[in-house]
Design a protein around this ligand. Structure first.
Ligand SMILES: [Fe+2]
Ligand SMILES: [Fe+2]
Length: 159
C-alpha cells in the first residue's frame, strides 16, 4: 500500500482534520510537541528505531499526564480512554518488533499513527479537558451567558 505524504499532512492536517486545541494548556503543549515529532517522521522514508522508541517514550509520558485527570471521567469513559492509549502503545510496539526482524518502518506506517493521534486528541482528549472544569475546558460559546463568561477566559484574555 502506498500512501502519499502531502504538504497538508506535513502541516498537521490529516484527511482534512486538523489538531484542535483542547483548551487545557499542558495537554495542548504536549500535543504540539507530539505533532511535531510525528510530522518529522512522516518526512522520513525509513524511520530509525531510536526515533520510534523516542516517540513511544513521548507518548507514554503524555498518556501519564492525561491519566492524572482520569478520575474526573465517568468509569466507562475512563476505561475506553485507557484502552485507546494502550492500543496506541501496542501498535508502536508491533512496529518496533517488526523493525527488529529487519523490516524497516516507513512513513506509511507512521501515517495511521498520526491519524489516530489527531482524531483521539480532538475527541477523547477534548472530552478529558472538558471534564477538568472551567479552568481546563474551552468556554461555552453556544449560549449568551457562555459568550459573556468567555470574555474572561484565558484563551481570549491572553496577550
Ligand atoms: Fe493526548
Ligand atoms: Fe488521550
Amino acid at each position: 500500500m502506498t500512501i502519499e505524504v502531502s504538504g497538508s499532512v506535513l502541516s498537521g492536517s490529516v484527511c482534512g482534520c486538523d489538531l484542535l486545541p483542547t483548551g487545557a494548556a499542558e495537554l495542548d503543549a504536549e500535543h504540539e510537541a507530539i505533532l511535531g515529532s510525528l510530522t518529522l517522521m512522516l518526512g522520513q522514508e525509513v524511520v530509525p528505531p531510536d526515533t520510534l522508541r523516542g516517540l513511544r517514550r513521548m507518548m507514554a509520558d503524555h498518556f501519564a499526564t492525561e491519566a492524572r485527570e482520569f478520575p474526573r471521567l465517568r468509569p466507562d469513559r475512563r476505561t475506553a480512554h485507557q484502552e485507546a492509549h494502550d492500543h496506541f502503545l501496542r501498535t508502536v510496539d508491533g512496529l518496533l518488533a517488526r523493525g527488529d526482524t529487519g523490516q524497516p518502518v516507513g512513513n506509511a506506517d507512521i501515517y495511521p499513527l498520526m491519524l489516530w493521534f489527531v482524531v483521539h486528541s480532538n475527541t477523547a482528549d477534548a472530552e478529558l479537558a472538558e471534564s477538568a472544569g472551567p479552568h481546563g475546558a474551552l468556554p461555552d460559546l453556544g449560549t449568551m451567558k457562555g459568550m459573556m463568561a468567555a470574555l474572561e477566559h484565558p484563551e481570549f484574555t491572553a496577550s
